[in-house]
Each structure stands twice: as C-alpha cells, then as structure tokens.
Design a protein around this ligand. Sequence first.
Ligand SMILES: Cc1cc2nc3c(=O)[nH]c(=O)nc-3n(C[C@H](O)[C@H](O)[C@H](O)COP(=O)(O)O)c2cc1C
Length: 397
Amino acid sequence: MQGRKILFGVTGGIAAFKAAQWVRSLVKEEARVTVVMTRAATRFVSELSFAALSGRPVYVEIFSDDPRQVMSHITLAAEADALLIAPATAHTIARLAHGLADDLLTTTVLAAAGKPVVVCPAMNSGMFTHPATQDNLRRLRELGYVVVEPDSGALACGAEGPGRLPEWDVVRETLLSCFAPDDLQNQHILVTAGPTREPIDPARYLSNRSSGKMGYALARTARRRGAQVSLVSGPVALEPPPGVELFRVNTAREMHEQVMRLREQASIIIKAAAVADFRPARSETRKIKKSSGPQAIDLVANVDILAELGRKRRPGQILVGFAAESHDHESEGARKLHDKNLDLIVVNDICGRETGFAADTNQVTLIDKSGRVELPLLSKEQTAERIWDHVVSLLNE
Ligand SMILES: Cc1cc2nc3c(=O)[nH]c(=O)nc-3n(C[C@H](O)[C@H](O)[C@H](O)COP(=O)(O)O)c2cc1C
C-alpha cells in the first residue's frame, strides 16, 4: 500500500464507523488516503474523525467558493490510484449503476473513468437481496466496478443475513489485487505450507519449526495476481488468505494424500511445506507413561512428496521446490533440482537470524537449469512476489 493514493468514499450506512478503522489501517501502511463523504455519511461519523485519521482534508460538498476546491471532482479523480467505497449504501450503489452525478462522490467516480473502483455494499439483508439492489450490483460489475460480497451474520438492525461489511483483510486483498499484475490469471496453483506433526502417542508428536509464513505469502500473492489457489497447510497459527481454498492436514501422510488428490488439476505446484522426513514407526493409542522410563523411538521414512510429484508431473506443469538448508546450500539445491525433476528450487538458510523459520523476512537463492539468482533480504511477501516473477518468466519460455 506504501505510497498508493486511495480515494476513500464513505456513504451513509451504519457501518460508516468501521471505515474509520480502515482509513487508519491504510495510513499505517503509508498509503495516502483522501476521504470523500456523502452528506448522509456525515450524520453517522464526523468529518473531523476522518480528517484526524487521514491527516488530510475531507471533502463533502461538490460546490465550493474556494478556488482551490472548485473542481474537486476532477482533481480528486485525477490524483487517485484507486477508489474504495465503503460502506456503499443501496442508494449510492443505485446512483453509480445509473451513472448519476448528484454529489461530490458520485461525480468523482464518473470522472475517474478507467481507474479501479472497489465497492463494499453494506445494508440490511432485505435491502441487499431486493431485486433492484441485485440488478444495480450486476450492472456495476458489468461496468467494471469490483464489488466485494458482503458477509452474512447478525446485522446492526437486529436481522440476520447477508449485508455485513466484510473483514478488512478481504477488502485489503481486493484493493491490492487492483495494483498487482494479473499474470497468473488462468493458472491453478497448488501451494503447500507449514510443518507436519507425526504422532508418538495421543499427547505427543514430532514436528519442526516451520511457521507456514512463506507458503501463506505465496498463496496470498498468487491470488492477488489472478490465480486460482489451493493451499494445503499443516498446523499453523495463521489466518487463511482471502479467496484461497484451504485444505488443512496434520501428518505427512495426510499431506501426501491431499497433494496427490489435487496435483493433476494444478498448472503450477509450489511445495513450501516442511514435511517431516521421518515418523515414529508406531503411534501408541494410549499415552506413554512417564513411569515406563525413557524410550527409544523407532523412526520410518515418510514418502518424499516432491520427488513423487517430479516423477508424475504432466507435460507443461511447473514444479517448484523449497530446500531449507543449514549448510552447503547451493550444491544441495542444485542436486535436488536435478534429482527431483524440478523447474525451480528456492534455497533458504534456516540458520540465519532474519531468515528461515518463523522470521518475517527471508533471503533465498533461486536455482533453475539456466543458473542462479540470489535475492536480497526481503519480507516473505516480497520474496513471494519475486518467486512468482521468476515462475512467470518460466511460463513465458
Ligand atoms: C440509522 C440509519 C442507518 C442506515 N443504515 C444504512 C445502511 O447500513 N445501508 C444502507 O444502504 N442505507 C442505510 N441507511 C439509509 C441511508 O442512510 C439513506 O438511504 C441515505 O439516503 C443514503 O445516502 P448516501 O448513499 O448518499 O450516503 C440508514 C439510515 C438510517 C437512518
């Protein structure tokens, strides 16, 4: 969001107070937010609140005697990178669907022709499901507006049903996808993430320190770039990325089963999960008693999922692996690229302080058959974007 110029339209719905928090979140991410309110919106939240939160003037009236604001609808439209209307009332949706320009917000939206406009309807479910509103929303989509579906649940008016303003994370992703290239559109991507847990008894398991952050960043950014994404995830403490189909698994065997079920329909598979190489030969059905003394645990090897994908891959399918190494990074990476029949391997040093497991940053080397590229220390989301850039170049080859 950094440096993005967002024109934030607020209309007269009960959820207008939530828009205040969203403006704050955008400003925290260093976006430049300019708020335009409808007159009705000012009955719900004051202009002062939005001015304080955005750190910028708030606009309401279309007619002004101030020569600097006499053409606000044109200047505001010209300087915006994207427009977000949240909450969007039934009334404003109807006006936009018919191209009305009877206040500053609707006039500015018309003047911003060609720029992304994200509309977040929020209203009582009767108003939302009314055929007039549904027709208007269909028309907005035809006109190229991005409409974010409202959530269902308890509404401020006491009713239950569709019409709640969605969570910020969903709207933020929608806004970010307006700025992202859609170079992964028409791709079905299978991402794996997180650790696996190999049970010893009902209370204990063997696992590893993978947080899932890298895999989730890959899934999130691929979705932003237009892909259909299936994410097979081991147990992690992360929110599922919006718009991604999530399959939760625990053990390496469950991961293997789920991946094999999904592999054929995927055009790109990227295996960021840290799957346990070994599992206890037997998992006790009853908790092992402390009094039974220290025990040796016999281990057996799990299936190498990546190697199996490499053997079974269909022509044209792109296969990307991760290698978490503590030493001999590049020779190990190059060996796995070849042995496992991969297009690309992402090698990361799990011993660095700012890289590898649990960290929010990563520093990886990408190795493919034509050579290696060392990326700088980046956030995991930036690293994911660079990996996708590389995958897109492989697709274009
Ligand atoms: C207390 C109250 C809450 C309202 N909440 C909503 C709402 O959540 N969604 C909506 O579409 N209209 C809501 N309305 C109706 C709008 O405020 C009304 O249609 C208004 O004309 C919208 O104007 P605007 O679209 O220019 O902001 C509410 C009205 C009142 C009095």
